[in-house]
Design a binder for this molecule. Structure first.
Ligand SMILES: [Zn+2]
Length: 315
């Protein structure tokens, strides 16, 4: 299964408890992924959302039933000719009298016109911002597996939508860019740190750990190579110790994953990997709360002891 799909499965399983959040998430799902057509003969508006992710379809079904008070149907399409996955289509009809429910989701205005902007009133709270973004990603998002090129994107129905979603991300400290492609308007994130932040904000904690594991190992390999290339002639004591520590930590993570390292020493491991050129004392100063030199040395010894226990004589 693709990393995108795994991430979506995880995100789709989260059903927000608060109604404000449910509303925000359904709004994000439908604004980004929904299509809407007026059926004038019936005086109804028909909306649908199609997705290849079954869990996402289930989530739209659940949220729409709870918030829109209409019968919702799901149909499954087999893309046989392409040997591709199934496509799930969630569809419902909204009578004109009940269009106020669509207004409440910020999807239509009082005149029955489609609104593509992100509704400010629904994403006022931080909890709701996160849910809106989760909905947007589930609807039309994808993320590369961390082994490859870092890339997360959401295809948006219009430029204003993409710009609004980018602003929403900015408020949460995540930088995203918008570009117009043949396939549509795409909002994307390229920096690995920002992708990690996005996954965290959306609530994909398992995908986040998987991503971090690969990312850290990748970046340490680069750093170690750099050190080897430039400083072989004169490795200072600090660098030599750090080199040994980063190597040990990297191999430990490859073996047990970040989540396999006890929380009390995980932070030290991450900090060391991110700052291979700092002394232990300097690392201690970066901890929150700061640790004395002996405090951080103690934790580093625990890490090394754990590595010896798990990796045996090979270190
Ligand atoms: Zn909320």
């Amino acid at each position: 299964m693709s990393f995108s799909n795994e991430t979506k499965n995880e995100l789709a399983r989260i059903i927000p408890e608060k109604e404000c959040c449910q509303r925000a998430e359904l709004s994000g799902l439908l604004n980004i992924g929904g299509t809407f057509t007026w059926d004038d003969s019936q005086n109804e508006m028909v909306w649908e959302l199609s997705t290849e992710n079954a869990a996402t379809a289930r989530k739209v079904f659940k949220l729409a039933k709870a918030l829109l008070a209409v019968p919702v149907e799901v149909t499954i399409l087999n893309k046989r000719q392409l040997k591709k996955n199934k496509v799930f289509i969630v569809r419902a009809r909204q009578e004109r009298d009940e269009m106020f429910l669509m207004q409440e989701l910020g999807l239509f205005n009082g005149q029955g016109r489609r609104v593509e902007r992100v509704p400010e009133s629904l994403v006022h709270r931080r909890c709701c911002k996160r849910c809106y973004l989760r909905g947007a990603f589930l609807a039309r998002g994808s993320v590369n597996k961390p082994e490859g090129e870092y890339h997360l994107e959401i295809t948006c129905p219009s430029l204003v939508t993409a710009q609004d979603v980018a602003k929403l991300l900015e408020k949460l400290g995540i930088a995203a860019r918008v570009s117009e492609r043949k396939s549509g308007i795409v909002l994307y994130i390229k920096e690995s740190e920002s992708i990690v932040d996005f996954l965290r904000v959306a609530g994909a904690s398992t995908a986040l750990l998987d991503f971090e594991n690969v990312r850290i190992v990748k970046s340490v390999r680069n750093q170690v190579n750099r050190l080897v290339n430039c400083e072989t002639a004169n490795l200072e004591k600090t660098v030599a110790a750090s080199w040994r520590q980063t190597e040990t930590i990297t191999r430990l993570i490859e073996k047990v994953g970040l989540e396999g390292i006890p929380e009390s020493i995980r932070d030290v491991a991450i900090l060391r990997l991110k700052n291979p050129d700092l002394s232990l004392k300097e690392l201690g100063g970066m901890m929150e709360p700061p640790l004395s030199k002996s405090g951080i040395a103690y934790r580093m010894r625990r890490l090394e002891a754990m590595a010896r226990r798990i990796l045996g004589d090979t270190i």
